[in-house]
Ligand binder design. Structure first.
Ligand code: FRU
Length: 497
Protein backbone atom coordinates (compact mmCIF):
# COMPACT_ATOMS: atom_id res chain seq x y z
CA UNK A 1 0.00 0.00 0.00
CA UNK A 2 1.19 3.50 -0.70
CA UNK A 3 0.48 6.58 1.38
CA UNK A 4 -2.52 7.25 -0.82
CA UNK A 5 -3.98 3.95 0.34
CA UNK A 6 -3.76 2.55 -3.19
CA UNK A 7 -1.44 -0.09 -4.54
CA UNK A 8 0.78 0.90 -7.46
CA UNK A 9 -1.43 -1.26 -9.70
CA UNK A 10 -4.53 0.66 -8.60
CA UNK A 11 -2.79 3.99 -9.19
CA UNK A 12 -1.87 2.83 -12.68
CA UNK A 13 -5.46 1.81 -13.41
CA UNK A 14 -6.61 5.26 -12.36
CA UNK A 15 -4.06 6.96 -14.60
CA UNK A 16 -5.11 4.72 -17.47
CA UNK A 17 -8.77 5.61 -17.20
CA UNK A 18 -7.77 9.20 -18.00
CA UNK A 19 -4.74 8.48 -20.19
CA UNK A 20 -6.23 5.95 -22.61
CA UNK A 21 -9.03 8.19 -23.97
CA UNK A 22 -6.50 11.02 -24.40
CA UNK A 23 -4.03 8.77 -26.25
CA UNK A 24 -6.83 7.36 -28.40
CA UNK A 25 -7.60 10.85 -29.73
CA UNK A 26 -4.20 10.82 -31.45
CA UNK A 27 -4.54 10.09 -35.20
CA UNK A 28 -1.04 8.52 -34.98
CA UNK A 29 -2.33 5.81 -32.61
CA UNK A 30 -1.37 2.43 -34.08
CA UNK A 31 -3.73 -0.21 -35.42
CA UNK A 32 -1.70 -3.41 -35.57
CA UNK A 33 1.22 -2.71 -33.24
CA UNK A 34 1.19 -2.99 -29.46
CA UNK A 35 1.56 0.38 -27.71
CA UNK A 36 1.53 1.63 -24.13
CA UNK A 37 -2.07 2.25 -23.00
CA UNK A 38 -0.76 5.64 -21.86
CA UNK A 39 2.73 6.96 -21.04
CA UNK A 40 6.05 5.49 -22.15
CA UNK A 41 6.96 1.99 -23.40
CA UNK A 42 10.39 0.48 -24.01
CA UNK A 43 11.72 -3.09 -24.16
CA UNK A 44 9.59 -6.18 -24.73
CA UNK A 45 9.92 -8.46 -21.69
CA UNK A 46 8.97 -11.96 -20.59
CA UNK A 47 7.97 -13.17 -24.06
CA UNK A 48 6.61 -16.70 -23.92
CA UNK A 49 3.70 -18.92 -24.86
CA UNK A 50 2.13 -20.78 -21.98
CA UNK A 51 -1.04 -22.87 -21.99
CA UNK A 52 -1.79 -21.60 -25.49
CA UNK A 53 -1.53 -17.90 -24.57
CA UNK A 54 1.15 -15.67 -26.02
CA UNK A 55 2.39 -13.28 -23.34
CA UNK A 56 4.01 -9.96 -24.16
CA UNK A 57 5.18 -7.98 -21.16
CA UNK A 58 6.85 -4.63 -21.69
CA UNK A 59 8.80 -1.90 -19.91
CA UNK A 60 6.05 0.53 -19.07
CA UNK A 61 6.16 3.99 -17.44
CA UNK A 62 2.53 5.03 -17.09
CA UNK A 63 3.52 7.95 -14.85
CA UNK A 64 5.69 9.85 -17.33
CA UNK A 65 5.57 10.01 -21.12
CA UNK A 66 9.34 10.66 -21.15
CA UNK A 67 10.26 7.73 -18.89
CA UNK A 68 10.19 7.33 -15.12
CA UNK A 69 9.24 4.64 -12.63
CA UNK A 70 9.07 1.44 -14.67
CA UNK A 71 6.82 -1.59 -14.28
CA UNK A 72 5.99 -4.57 -16.49
CA UNK A 73 2.80 -4.01 -18.49
CA UNK A 74 1.08 -7.14 -19.79
CA UNK A 75 -0.61 -8.09 -23.06
CA UNK A 76 -1.88 -11.59 -23.80
CA UNK A 77 -3.26 -13.24 -26.93
CA UNK A 78 -4.19 -16.66 -28.28
CA UNK A 79 -3.49 -15.79 -31.91
CA UNK A 80 -1.22 -12.69 -32.01
CA UNK A 81 -4.16 -10.73 -33.48
CA UNK A 82 -6.76 -10.39 -30.70
CA UNK A 83 -5.11 -9.07 -27.56
CA UNK A 84 -6.07 -8.44 -23.98
CA UNK A 85 -4.39 -5.81 -21.84
CA UNK A 86 -4.16 -7.11 -18.30
CA UNK A 87 -2.62 -4.17 -16.45
CA UNK A 88 0.70 -3.97 -14.62
CA UNK A 89 2.00 -7.45 -13.84
CA UNK A 90 5.15 -6.57 -11.89
CA UNK A 91 5.65 -3.32 -9.99
CA UNK A 92 8.36 -2.03 -7.62
CA UNK A 93 7.05 -3.33 -4.28
CA UNK A 94 10.09 -5.20 -2.95
CA UNK A 95 13.36 -3.87 -1.46
CA UNK A 96 15.35 -5.38 -4.32
CA UNK A 97 13.38 -3.57 -7.06
CA UNK A 98 12.21 -0.45 -5.28
CA UNK A 99 13.28 2.04 -7.99
CA UNK A 100 12.04 0.09 -11.02
CA UNK A 101 11.25 -3.32 -12.42
CA UNK A 102 13.70 -3.48 -15.31
CA UNK A 103 13.90 -5.86 -18.25
CA UNK A 104 13.88 -9.63 -18.11
CA UNK A 105 12.47 -12.77 -19.63
CA UNK A 106 10.18 -15.68 -18.80
CA UNK A 107 9.64 -19.40 -19.24
CA UNK A 108 6.34 -21.19 -19.62
CA UNK A 109 5.47 -23.52 -16.73
CA UNK A 110 2.91 -26.33 -16.75
CA UNK A 111 -0.83 -25.43 -16.70
CA UNK A 112 -0.35 -21.94 -18.13
CA UNK A 113 2.02 -20.74 -15.40
CA UNK A 114 4.97 -18.41 -15.96
CA UNK A 115 8.37 -18.10 -14.30
CA UNK A 116 9.69 -14.56 -14.79
CA UNK A 117 13.21 -13.31 -14.09
CA UNK A 118 14.07 -9.61 -14.27
CA UNK A 119 16.41 -6.93 -13.00
CA UNK A 120 15.38 -5.12 -9.86
CA UNK A 121 16.81 -1.64 -10.21
CA UNK A 122 17.67 0.25 -7.03
CA UNK A 123 19.12 3.76 -7.25
CA UNK A 124 20.32 5.54 -4.14
CA UNK A 125 19.78 9.27 -3.67
CA UNK A 126 23.04 11.19 -3.60
CA UNK A 127 26.02 12.31 -5.61
CA UNK A 128 26.92 9.05 -7.33
CA UNK A 129 28.21 8.17 -10.79
CA UNK A 130 25.76 5.20 -10.89
CA UNK A 131 28.42 3.13 -12.69
CA UNK A 132 30.71 2.14 -9.82
CA UNK A 133 28.55 3.43 -6.97
CA UNK A 134 25.00 4.34 -6.04
CA UNK A 135 22.95 1.50 -7.52
CA UNK A 136 21.98 -2.16 -7.22
CA UNK A 137 21.13 -4.52 -10.05
CA UNK A 138 19.36 -7.49 -8.54
CA UNK A 139 18.33 -10.57 -10.48
CA UNK A 140 14.87 -11.42 -9.18
CA UNK A 141 12.48 -14.25 -9.97
CA UNK A 142 8.77 -14.52 -9.54
CA UNK A 143 6.18 -17.18 -10.40
CA UNK A 144 2.63 -16.84 -11.69
CA UNK A 145 0.47 -19.96 -11.44
CA UNK A 146 -2.30 -18.53 -13.66
CA UNK A 147 -0.11 -16.55 -16.05
CA UNK A 148 -1.56 -13.25 -14.81
CA UNK A 149 -0.92 -12.74 -11.07
CA UNK A 150 2.63 -13.05 -9.77
CA UNK A 151 3.55 -14.37 -6.32
CA UNK A 152 6.49 -13.85 -4.00
CA UNK A 153 9.64 -12.32 -5.36
CA UNK A 154 12.99 -13.97 -4.68
CA UNK A 155 16.39 -12.36 -5.19
CA UNK A 156 18.56 -14.89 -7.04
CA UNK A 157 21.74 -12.86 -7.54
CA UNK A 158 22.92 -9.39 -6.61
CA UNK A 159 25.98 -7.27 -7.32
CA UNK A 160 28.15 -9.09 -4.75
CA UNK A 161 27.53 -12.35 -6.63
CA UNK A 162 28.66 -11.09 -10.04
CA UNK A 163 32.37 -11.32 -10.99
CA UNK A 164 34.42 -8.71 -9.08
CA UNK A 165 35.45 -6.83 -12.23
CA UNK A 166 31.83 -5.95 -13.12
CA UNK A 167 30.61 -2.39 -12.68
CA UNK A 168 27.16 -2.02 -11.11
CA UNK A 169 25.60 -2.26 -14.59
CA UNK A 170 24.56 -5.91 -14.82
CA UNK A 171 21.03 -6.56 -16.08
CA UNK A 172 18.38 -8.00 -18.38
CA UNK A 173 18.42 -11.73 -17.52
CA UNK A 174 17.45 -14.08 -20.35
CA UNK A 175 16.49 -17.55 -19.16
CA UNK A 176 16.07 -20.83 -20.99
CA UNK A 177 15.94 -24.52 -20.28
CA UNK A 178 18.12 -27.13 -21.86
CA UNK A 179 18.73 -30.81 -21.09
CA UNK A 180 16.99 -30.58 -17.73
CA UNK A 181 19.03 -27.56 -16.53
CA UNK A 182 18.27 -23.84 -16.52
CA UNK A 183 20.51 -21.14 -17.95
CA UNK A 184 20.53 -17.41 -17.33
CA UNK A 185 22.46 -14.82 -19.34
CA UNK A 186 23.05 -11.29 -18.03
CA UNK A 187 24.35 -8.24 -19.89
CA UNK A 188 27.26 -6.52 -18.16
CA UNK A 189 29.53 -3.52 -18.26
CA UNK A 190 32.99 -4.67 -17.13
CA UNK A 191 36.09 -2.84 -15.94
CA UNK A 192 39.43 -3.33 -17.63
CA UNK A 193 41.19 -2.22 -14.45
CA UNK A 194 40.58 -3.29 -10.86
CA UNK A 195 40.52 0.01 -8.99
CA UNK A 196 37.36 1.19 -7.19
CA UNK A 197 37.59 4.99 -7.55
CA UNK A 198 38.00 5.48 -11.26
CA UNK A 199 38.42 8.44 -13.52
CA UNK A 200 35.97 9.09 -16.36
CA UNK A 201 38.74 8.05 -18.76
CA UNK A 202 39.08 4.68 -17.08
CA UNK A 203 35.32 4.19 -17.19
CA UNK A 204 35.37 4.93 -20.92
CA UNK A 205 37.53 1.83 -21.37
CA UNK A 206 34.84 -0.48 -19.97
CA UNK A 207 33.71 -3.36 -22.16
CA UNK A 208 30.50 -5.28 -22.66
CA UNK A 209 30.11 -8.95 -21.82
CA UNK A 210 27.54 -11.65 -21.10
CA UNK A 211 27.61 -13.50 -17.77
CA UNK A 212 26.30 -17.03 -18.02
CA UNK A 213 24.82 -18.92 -15.04
CA UNK A 214 23.37 -22.42 -14.63
CA UNK A 215 20.96 -23.96 -12.15
CA UNK A 216 19.26 -27.31 -11.55
CA UNK A 217 16.43 -25.94 -9.44
CA UNK A 218 15.92 -22.31 -10.63
CA UNK A 219 16.99 -21.13 -7.14
CA UNK A 220 20.72 -21.77 -6.69
CA UNK A 221 22.81 -20.47 -9.56
CA UNK A 222 26.46 -21.11 -10.38
CA UNK A 223 28.57 -18.99 -12.67
CA UNK A 224 29.56 -20.86 -15.84
CA UNK A 225 31.52 -18.33 -17.88
CA UNK A 226 31.75 -14.93 -19.44
CA UNK A 227 31.17 -14.44 -23.16
CA UNK A 228 32.85 -11.36 -24.61
CA UNK A 229 34.31 -10.22 -27.91
CA UNK A 230 37.93 -10.74 -28.98
CA UNK A 231 38.21 -7.08 -30.00
CA UNK A 232 36.57 -4.17 -28.11
CA UNK A 233 32.87 -3.95 -29.02
CA UNK A 234 31.18 -1.28 -26.91
CA UNK A 235 31.23 -0.54 -23.18
CA UNK A 236 27.92 -2.21 -22.27
CA UNK A 237 25.90 -5.10 -23.64
CA UNK A 238 22.21 -4.74 -22.85
CA UNK A 239 19.46 -7.30 -23.35
CA UNK A 240 21.43 -10.45 -24.24
CA UNK A 241 19.62 -13.40 -25.79
CA UNK A 242 21.06 -16.79 -26.69
CA UNK A 243 19.37 -19.34 -28.93
CA UNK A 244 20.14 -21.80 -31.70
CA UNK A 245 19.24 -21.63 -35.37
CA UNK A 246 19.95 -24.90 -37.21
CA UNK A 247 22.40 -25.96 -34.48
CA UNK A 248 24.45 -22.76 -34.56
CA UNK A 249 24.40 -20.53 -31.48
CA UNK A 250 23.21 -17.00 -31.97
CA UNK A 251 24.06 -14.31 -29.42
CA UNK A 252 21.75 -11.32 -29.74
CA UNK A 253 22.60 -8.07 -27.93
CA UNK A 254 22.03 -4.37 -27.71
CA UNK A 255 25.58 -2.98 -27.42
CA UNK A 256 26.28 0.60 -26.40
CA UNK A 257 29.41 2.53 -27.33
CA UNK A 258 30.04 1.51 -30.96
CA UNK A 259 31.38 4.17 -33.33
CA UNK A 260 28.65 5.44 -35.63
CA UNK A 261 29.13 5.07 -39.40
CA UNK A 262 27.43 5.88 -42.72
CA UNK A 263 26.25 2.35 -43.51
CA UNK A 264 26.28 0.65 -40.13
CA UNK A 265 25.78 1.53 -36.46
CA UNK A 266 23.88 4.65 -37.56
CA UNK A 267 21.91 5.13 -34.35
CA UNK A 268 22.89 6.21 -30.83
CA UNK A 269 22.93 2.53 -29.78
CA UNK A 270 22.68 -0.67 -31.80
CA UNK A 271 21.15 -4.07 -31.64
CA UNK A 272 22.18 -7.12 -33.55
CA UNK A 273 23.41 -10.67 -33.31
CA UNK A 274 26.56 -12.69 -33.62
CA UNK A 275 25.91 -15.70 -35.80
CA UNK A 276 28.56 -18.11 -34.51
CA UNK A 277 29.77 -21.36 -36.08
CA UNK A 278 29.57 -22.96 -32.67
CA UNK A 279 27.38 -25.93 -31.74
CA UNK A 280 28.19 -25.41 -28.06
CA UNK A 281 27.77 -22.17 -26.12
CA UNK A 282 30.61 -19.96 -27.38
CA UNK A 283 33.32 -18.40 -25.14
CA UNK A 284 33.86 -15.40 -27.34
CA UNK A 285 32.50 -13.72 -30.46
CA UNK A 286 34.04 -11.62 -33.23
CA UNK A 287 32.80 -8.41 -34.77
CA UNK A 288 32.84 -9.99 -38.27
CA UNK A 289 30.01 -12.26 -37.07
CA UNK A 290 27.84 -9.30 -36.01
CA UNK A 291 24.78 -8.31 -38.07
CA UNK A 292 22.33 -5.56 -37.16
CA UNK A 293 18.77 -6.72 -36.67
CA UNK A 294 17.34 -3.55 -38.11
CA UNK A 295 18.80 -0.58 -40.01
CA UNK A 296 15.99 1.90 -39.26
CA UNK A 297 15.80 4.84 -36.87
CA UNK A 298 13.63 3.16 -34.27
CA UNK A 299 14.61 -0.30 -33.15
CA UNK A 300 16.26 -1.50 -29.96
CA UNK A 301 16.32 -4.15 -27.22
CA UNK A 302 14.66 -7.06 -29.09
CA UNK A 303 13.93 -10.36 -27.38
CA UNK A 304 13.09 -13.76 -28.85
CA UNK A 305 11.22 -16.83 -27.66
CA UNK A 306 10.22 -20.22 -29.02
CA UNK A 307 6.49 -20.74 -29.31
CA UNK A 308 4.57 -23.98 -28.80
CA UNK A 309 4.83 -24.80 -32.50
CA UNK A 310 8.63 -24.42 -32.42
CA UNK A 311 8.85 -21.05 -34.18
CA UNK A 312 11.57 -18.64 -32.96
CA UNK A 313 9.82 -15.26 -32.75
CA UNK A 314 11.39 -11.85 -32.20
CA UNK A 315 9.75 -8.66 -30.96
CA UNK A 316 11.69 -5.39 -30.71
CA UNK A 317 11.10 -1.97 -29.24
CA UNK A 318 10.22 0.65 -31.88
CA UNK A 319 12.22 3.37 -30.16
CA UNK A 320 15.77 4.39 -29.39
CA UNK A 321 17.11 5.50 -26.03
CA UNK A 322 18.82 8.90 -25.78
CA UNK A 323 17.76 9.93 -29.30
CA UNK A 324 15.67 12.94 -28.21
CA UNK A 325 18.28 15.40 -29.45
CA UNK A 326 18.08 13.96 -32.97
CA UNK A 327 14.41 13.21 -33.46
CA UNK A 328 11.14 13.21 -31.61
CA UNK A 329 7.69 11.68 -31.45
CA UNK A 330 4.75 14.09 -31.55
CA UNK A 331 2.63 11.39 -29.87
CA UNK A 332 3.88 12.80 -26.55
CA UNK A 333 1.33 15.60 -27.03
CA UNK A 334 -1.31 12.94 -26.47
CA UNK A 335 0.53 11.42 -23.51
CA UNK A 336 1.99 8.29 -25.06
CA UNK A 337 5.26 7.27 -26.71
CA UNK A 338 6.79 4.26 -28.54
CA UNK A 339 5.54 0.83 -29.56
CA UNK A 340 6.59 -2.77 -30.21
CA UNK A 341 7.32 -4.28 -33.61
CA UNK A 342 5.03 -6.93 -35.02
CA UNK A 343 6.17 -10.44 -34.03
CA UNK A 344 8.79 -11.58 -36.55
CA UNK A 345 9.65 -15.19 -37.20
CA UNK A 346 13.40 -15.83 -37.33
CA UNK A 347 14.57 -18.04 -40.18
CA UNK A 348 17.97 -18.95 -41.58
CA UNK A 349 18.97 -16.63 -44.42
CA UNK A 350 21.61 -16.45 -47.13
CA UNK A 351 23.99 -14.26 -45.20
CA UNK A 352 22.70 -14.32 -41.66
CA UNK A 353 19.14 -14.60 -40.36
CA UNK A 354 15.89 -13.50 -41.94
CA UNK A 355 12.94 -11.91 -40.15
CA UNK A 356 9.43 -12.47 -41.48
CA UNK A 357 6.30 -10.95 -39.96
CA UNK A 358 4.37 -13.88 -38.48
CA UNK A 359 1.84 -15.22 -40.96
CA UNK A 360 -1.05 -14.58 -38.52
CA UNK A 361 -0.84 -10.92 -39.60
CA UNK A 362 -2.03 -11.85 -43.07
CA UNK A 363 -5.46 -12.49 -41.53
CA UNK A 364 -5.76 -8.73 -41.15
CA UNK A 365 -5.40 -8.21 -44.90
CA UNK A 366 -8.38 -6.98 -46.92
CA UNK A 367 -8.73 -7.64 -50.66
CA UNK A 368 -5.58 -7.48 -52.78
CA UNK A 369 -4.97 -4.60 -55.20
CA UNK A 370 -2.38 -4.43 -57.96
CA UNK A 371 -0.44 -1.16 -58.01
CA UNK A 372 0.61 0.32 -61.32
CA UNK A 373 4.14 1.43 -61.94
CA UNK A 374 4.76 5.16 -61.57
CA UNK A 375 1.10 5.91 -60.66
CA UNK A 376 0.02 7.87 -57.60
CA UNK A 377 -1.98 5.49 -55.43
CA UNK A 378 -3.98 6.71 -52.45
CA UNK A 379 -4.53 4.43 -49.49
CA UNK A 380 -7.52 5.95 -47.70
CA UNK A 381 -7.44 3.44 -44.86
CA UNK A 382 -3.86 4.55 -43.98
CA UNK A 383 -2.74 1.06 -42.91
CA UNK A 384 -1.55 -1.51 -45.41
CA UNK A 385 0.77 -4.35 -46.29
CA UNK A 386 2.66 -3.90 -49.57
CA UNK A 387 4.69 -6.53 -51.39
CA UNK A 388 6.86 -5.75 -54.38
CA UNK A 389 8.63 -8.74 -55.89
CA UNK A 390 10.14 -9.86 -59.19
CA UNK A 391 12.45 -6.84 -58.84
CA UNK A 392 15.46 -8.74 -60.18
CA UNK A 393 17.93 -6.17 -58.95
CA UNK A 394 16.45 -3.31 -60.99
CA UNK A 395 16.50 0.19 -59.48
CA UNK A 396 13.59 0.74 -57.12
CA UNK A 397 12.11 4.06 -56.10
CA UNK A 398 9.12 4.58 -53.87
CA UNK A 399 7.62 7.69 -52.35
CA UNK A 400 5.32 7.52 -49.38
CA UNK A 401 3.37 10.59 -48.30
CA UNK A 402 5.50 12.92 -50.44
CA UNK A 403 8.63 13.39 -48.38
CA UNK A 404 9.59 9.82 -47.51
CA UNK A 405 11.70 7.98 -50.07
CA UNK A 406 12.62 4.31 -50.22
CA UNK A 407 15.23 3.83 -52.88
CA UNK A 408 17.55 1.16 -54.18
CA UNK A 409 20.41 1.74 -56.56
CA UNK A 410 23.99 0.55 -56.90
CA UNK A 411 23.64 -2.03 -54.13
CA UNK A 412 22.48 0.48 -51.51
CA UNK A 413 19.00 0.81 -50.01
CA UNK A 414 18.03 4.20 -48.59
CA UNK A 415 15.17 5.20 -46.32
CA UNK A 416 15.18 9.01 -46.29
CA UNK A 417 13.02 11.93 -45.28
CA UNK A 418 13.75 14.57 -47.88
CA UNK A 419 14.80 17.85 -46.37
CA UNK A 420 12.72 20.96 -45.81
CA UNK A 421 10.08 21.64 -43.26
CA UNK A 422 7.58 19.02 -44.47
CA UNK A 423 10.21 16.29 -44.31
CA UNK A 424 11.15 17.31 -40.81
CA UNK A 425 7.51 17.20 -39.78
CA UNK A 426 6.89 13.85 -41.44
CA UNK A 427 10.03 12.32 -39.94
CA UNK A 428 9.99 14.18 -36.62
CA UNK A 429 13.63 15.16 -37.35
CA UNK A 430 14.68 11.78 -38.77
CA UNK A 431 16.93 12.11 -41.81
CA UNK A 432 18.32 9.10 -43.70
CA UNK A 433 19.39 5.51 -43.01
CA UNK A 434 21.26 3.36 -45.50
CA UNK A 435 22.22 -0.28 -45.88
CA UNK A 436 24.53 -2.03 -48.32
CA UNK A 437 22.46 -4.96 -49.49
CA UNK A 438 24.23 -6.04 -52.71
CA UNK A 439 21.08 -7.05 -54.58
CA UNK A 440 17.33 -6.49 -54.39
CA UNK A 441 14.71 -9.12 -55.12
CA UNK A 442 11.75 -8.07 -52.93
CA UNK A 443 10.44 -5.26 -50.73
CA UNK A 444 7.65 -5.69 -48.21
CA UNK A 445 6.40 -2.70 -46.27
CA UNK A 446 4.02 -2.91 -43.33
CA UNK A 447 2.52 0.53 -42.92
CA UNK A 448 0.64 1.36 -39.75
CA UNK A 449 -0.63 4.88 -39.06
CA UNK A 450 2.77 6.12 -37.80
CA UNK A 451 5.12 3.13 -38.19
CA UNK A 452 6.83 1.59 -41.20
CA UNK A 453 8.50 -1.81 -41.09
CA UNK A 454 10.41 -2.44 -44.30
CA UNK A 455 11.59 -5.98 -45.10
CA UNK A 456 14.04 -6.44 -47.98
CA UNK A 457 14.88 -9.71 -49.71
CA UNK A 458 12.56 -11.83 -47.58
CA UNK A 459 13.67 -10.11 -44.37
CA UNK A 460 17.46 -10.37 -44.81
CA UNK A 461 17.58 -6.61 -44.13
CA UNK A 462 14.95 -4.69 -42.18
CA UNK A 463 14.32 -0.99 -41.49
CA UNK A 464 11.85 0.20 -38.85
CA UNK A 465 10.91 3.83 -38.47
CA UNK A 466 8.22 6.12 -37.10
CA UNK A 467 6.67 8.61 -39.53
CA UNK A 468 3.89 11.13 -38.99
CA UNK A 469 1.81 11.77 -42.13
CA UNK A 470 -0.93 14.36 -41.81
CA UNK A 471 -3.22 12.71 -44.36
CA UNK A 472 -3.80 9.23 -45.71
CA UNK A 473 -0.55 8.34 -47.52
CA UNK A 474 -0.22 8.48 -51.29
CA UNK A 475 2.24 6.04 -52.82
CA UNK A 476 4.22 6.12 -55.98
CA UNK A 477 6.42 3.17 -56.89
CA UNK A 478 8.77 3.21 -59.86
CA UNK A 479 10.27 -0.17 -60.60
CA UNK A 480 9.15 -1.27 -64.08
CA UNK A 481 8.65 -5.01 -64.48
CA UNK A 482 8.13 -5.73 -60.79
CA UNK A 483 4.89 -7.08 -59.30
CA UNK A 484 3.27 -4.74 -56.76
CA UNK A 485 0.49 -6.01 -54.53
CA UNK A 486 -1.21 -4.04 -51.78
CA UNK A 487 -3.63 -5.10 -49.08
CA UNK A 488 -5.33 -2.55 -46.86
CA UNK A 489 -5.18 -3.86 -43.31
CA UNK A 490 -7.78 -4.19 -40.59
CA UNK A 491 -6.94 -3.27 -37.01
CA UNK A 492 -6.10 -5.88 -34.40
CA UNK A 493 -8.35 -5.89 -31.37
CA UNK A 494 -7.14 -4.96 -27.91
CA UNK A 495 -9.52 -5.54 -25.03
CA UNK A 496 -8.84 -3.77 -21.75
CA UNK A 497 -9.62 -6.38 -19.09
C1 FRU B 1 17.24 -1.29 -22.61
C2 FRU B 1 17.24 -1.01 -21.11
C3 FRU B 1 17.59 -2.24 -20.31
C4 FRU B 1 16.94 -1.96 -18.98
C5 FRU B 1 15.68 -1.27 -19.41
C6 FRU B 1 15.19 -0.23 -18.45
O1 FRU B 1 16.46 -0.40 -23.33
O2 FRU B 1 18.09 0.06 -20.81
O3 FRU B 1 18.97 -2.48 -20.22
O4 FRU B 1 16.69 -3.13 -18.24
O5 FRU B 1 15.93 -0.69 -20.67
O6 FRU B 1 13.97 0.30 -18.85
Amino acid sequence: MSILGKTIQEQIRLLETKGIPEADRDPARLQFHLMPPTGWLNDPNGLCQSGGFYHVFFQYCPFDVNRGLTVWGHYRSRDLICWEYLGAALVPDFPGDCTSVYSGSALALENGGIWAVYTGNVKYDGDFDYIDEGRESNTISCVSADGVHFGNKRCLLSNDDYPADCTLHVRDPKVWEEDGAYYLALGARKRRDGSQKRSRKEQDRDYGAVLLYRSEDRIRWSFVKEISSRQPFGYMWECPDLFRVEDRWVLSLSPQGLTRGAFRYQNVYQSGYFLTESRTLPDSVQEEQFREWDMGFDFYAPQTFEDESGRRILIGWIGMPDSEKEYRNPTTEYGWQHALTVPRQILPGENGLRQRPVEELERLRGPMRIIEDGRETAVPGRIFDLEVDEIENRPFHMRVAGELTLQYSDGVFLVGFSGAEAGRRLGGGRTARRARIGKLSSVRVLVDTSVLEIYLNGGETVFTTRYYPEDAPVLNIACPGSRKRLWEMRSMTVKFV
